[in-house]
Unconditional design. Structure first.
Ligand code: F6R
Length: 260
């Protein structure tokens, strides 16, 4: 796991890396599709803004399939705060991509367990995730893998913690009672199987989670710590999010740019 600390261009750096990976993939054509896993949430808005800009400048998604990390259970797909709506509004409505290339968990499936098993299977059939982009919760969650999630968990139904429900209330008129309490999420095992992982972290509210990510021992209390053993994880953080990480740790784990 590596730390890339940057002023305020977390979204731009992440989008640039995705662009580079897609373009390299297209030039080598080792398999039919580049498999890209994508998050939602406030931090990712700037990432999608930059990716849409790159698309307008010529970046093609023709050879990319996407898998979103998670979706609420029981929220209608067309609800403005569903992750289906978020992705359409911030990304998919602005790029040329076939519906069949987009995968988002269906939180209204009649059989949620089957939905999760099929999702996991579909990822495998595409040859696994090439690049997974995530955000991080204040409690250290990655996707909706809340504290105490098993490190080898796969895609499944989860209960959201009160911390996450409170943090997400800002998207539901600050009314906690409107925030769904369950979600479908890829597992920590699914994330660990991705060839590369980028976690974006911005703002002071993420500082404690990043402290645990880099300074603490691996523990299910802080799900992000699972990534300590992932060989190609880059955590891209702004100064505020990286504020609690010691100078020594920054020297040990810090990079000024991505490793190629
Ligand atoms: C969303 C997701 C979550 C968020 C995290 C950070 O798909 O997987 O793990 O990335 O909660 O959310 P923001 O960016 O809103 O702080």
């Amino acid at each position: 796991m590596y730390l890339i600390e940057t002023e305020d261009n977390v979204g731009f750096l992440t989008a640039s890396y995705i662009k580079n990976r897609i373009e390299t993939f297209v030039s080598t054509k080792s398999k039919p599709y580049f498999v890209l896993a994508l998050p939602t949430g406030g931090t990712s808005v700037d990432l999608y803004r930059n990716l849409v800009k790159f698309h307008q400048e010529g970046l093609s998604f023709d050879k990319v399939v996407t898998f979103n990390l998670d979706e609420y259970v029981g929220l209608p797909e067309n609800h403005p705060e569903s992750y289906h709506s978020f992705m359409a509004k911030n990304f998919f409505d602005h790029i040329k991509i076939q519906k069949e290339q987009i995968n988002i968990l269906n939180g209204n499936a009649a059989d949620l367990y089957k939905e999760c098993a099929n999702y996991e299977e579909k990822i495998k059939n595409y040859g696994g995730i090439d690049l997974l982009i995530g955000g991080i919760g204040q409690n250290g969650h990655i996707a909706f893998n809340e504290p105490e999630s098993a490190f080898d968990s796969s895609t499944r139904v989860v209960n959201l913690t009160s911390n996450t429900i409170a943090a997400n209330a800002r998207f539901f008129n600050n009314d906690i009672s409107l925030v769904p309490t369950r979600a479908l999420t890829v597992g920590l095992g699914t994330i660990m199987n991705a060839k590369e992982v980028i976690i974006m972290a911005t703002g002071p509210k993420k500082a404690q989670a990043l402290y645990h990510a880099f300074e603490d021992k691996q523990s299910t209390a802080w799900p992000v710590t699972v990534l300590q053993k992932h060989p190609r994880t880059f955590i891209i953080a702004d100064k505020a999010a990286a504020a609690e990480i010691s100078k020594t740790t920054k020297q040990n784990y810090g990079l000024c740019s991505f490793i190629n």
